[in-house]
Ligand binder design. Sequence first.
Ligand SMILES: [Zn+2]
Ligand SMILES: [Zn+2]
Length: 123
Amino acid sequence: MSLLTEWEVNRQNEIDTGGRCRQCEALIVFPKGAPSLCPACKDMLSPDPVDHPRRIRCPRCRALMDPHADPEDLADLFLEGVHEVVCQSCEHEFDVTTTVSYTFGSPEVLDPDPDEIDRDETR
Ligand SMILES: [Zn+2]
Ligand SMILES: [Zn+2]
């Protein structure tokens, strides 16, 4: 069994037991033991405006689109701001607002500077 296949089997198991969202495959913190939706996908069921980290919802037909699955047509969506999207199911045009969040990676902690250690010992 190749690594990829094994990973896919594991992922399918996680989806079947509720460890991953059956719609967007996000990890679910408290699995229910049966296929279920993550909180963000549950929000998509309401008619209200909704933010989702991995899916766009068409306001007309409720079709869901995955920006990662269509990198050419939907590439702009990864930039901060408002973007016009055409629904792949019903061709309705709508605006999607992208909010980008950042994390800052710091380098690993260095060994103590030997000069500083000497100074501490003679104090
Ligand atoms: Zn989900
Ligand atoms: Zn649509």
